[in-house]
Design a protein around this ligand. Structure first.
Ligand SMILES: C[S@@+](CC[C@H](N)C(=O)[O-])C[C@H]1O[C@@H](n2cnc3c(N)ncnc32)[C@H](O)[C@@H]1O
Length: 326
């Protein structure tokens, strides 16, 4: 998809993107911004979810090598597990939480690593770039070993073979460039009035499934704030997106397009989404010249990969393009 999008952006804007600012407003894993990063002058990334902010802060925001990265990763791998952490206490069976999102040992290792990263940062032993690089590395490694069928809305009763593997941290390497790329953690509609650029890429959720619920454990690892977790799944109160609400999505979308200060706007949306292709066309047409490119998608099997919820099955993916005037 990222390759397809790069080609589409070049068709729209021209081959030379080196002077352009590209904004990925619903950035998720950061895969799109990462594909564009070597080709543009600047990437602006944003997402409502904290774990996505961390992934983007590393992959998009980080542009120069992290000194001592190898050493710090091996220090974290050598830490003894701890039993007093958020993940083990609330999301592993051995603590009596009744939940089993990770094996006991992996839960204790996630806590040991996350606590050390926080301590190093608070004691100014590591800077912000390194802090987010390490949390991003931990998020991705932990996510691969989660005891879930797909997302974190539920855990499996028995530990699946992948969840029994031992957590070994590996670096979340990013592309080095000479850019300065701002990364935000905001609601898209709150941010849009405060940013400008050349190409605005929109890949909002398509359906009513809230990311804050589906990925709550990743937000807990990334924010690491002591909270009280209740109920079978332990899902805490989360920020609801208007883009996942049948009633609120259209006004939110219309407001976003009206406020956007970008000459080129590309919206990825499939034909099974809350907004119909027709409604999208009518809305975008009010603000300039409109075009639409479609691409058939193959079904992606749900697996433990942070990209998992970002692809639909056998759907037609549309890229709606607006050449915004005024
Ligand atoms: C379809 S995914 C984006 C996938 C992304 N293109 C990728 O490659 O990973 C939609 C993203 O929008 C984010 N999101 C949902 N509502 C939002 C809002 N109101 N403002 C900002 N981000 C939002 C979700 O957290 C999710 O990461």
């Amino acid at each position: 998809m990222s390759g397809f999008l790069l080609g589409t952006v070049r068709d729209i804007v021209g081959d030379d993107l080196s002077g352009k600012t590209f904004c990925d407003l619903f950035a998720g894993t950061g895969a799109v911004g990462n594909a564009l990063k070597p080709h543009v002058r600047q990437v602006i990334a944003n997402d409502l979810e904290h774990y996505s902010f961390v992934l983007n802060r590393n992959y998009i925001g980080n542009c120069t090598p992290i000194p001592d990265a190898k050493f710090l990763i091996s220090e974290l791998n050598d830490l003894p597990p701890v039993q007093d952490g958020l993940i083990y206490q609330n999301f592993c069976l051995g603590s009596g939480s009744g939940r089993q999102y990770f094996s006991d040992e992996n839960g204790q290792k996630i806590d040991a690593m996350r606590q050390a990263i926080e301590r190093w940062h608070q004691q100014s032993e590591i800077d912000d770039d390194c802090y987010y690089f390490l949390i991003c590395s931990l998020l991705e490694c932990a996510d691969r070993l989660a005891n879930t069928a797909s997302v974190y809305g539920a855990f499996l009763k028995r530990l699946k073979p992948m969840a029994q593997k031992k957590l070994i941290l590996s670096p979340a390497d990013f592309i080095c460039t000479s850019q300065q790329n701002p990364v935000h953690h905001a609601d898209a509609n709150d941010l849009i009035g405060h940013i400008t650029g050349d190409i605005l890429y929109l890949d909002p959720p398509y359906n009513v499934r809230q990311y804050g619920a589906n990925y709550h454990i990743l937000n807990i690892i990334s924010e690491y704030k002591p909270l009280v977790f209740k109920g079978k799944t332990g899902i805490h109160r989360y920020r609801r997106s208007r883009y996942c609400s049948r009633v609120k999505v259209f006004p939110a979308f219309e407001e976003l397009i009206a406020q956007a200060q970008f000459p080129y706007i590309c919206l990825s949306y499939n034909n099974e989404g809350l907004l119909s292709p027709e409604l999208i066309r009518k809305t975008m047409e009010k603000y300039g010249r409109y075009d639409c490119i479609s691409m058939r998608h193959q079904r992606f099997k749900a697996d433990n990969d942070l990209n998992r919820a970002h692809h639909a099955h056998n759907t037609t993916e549309y890229i709606h393009v607006l050449f915004k005037q005024g």
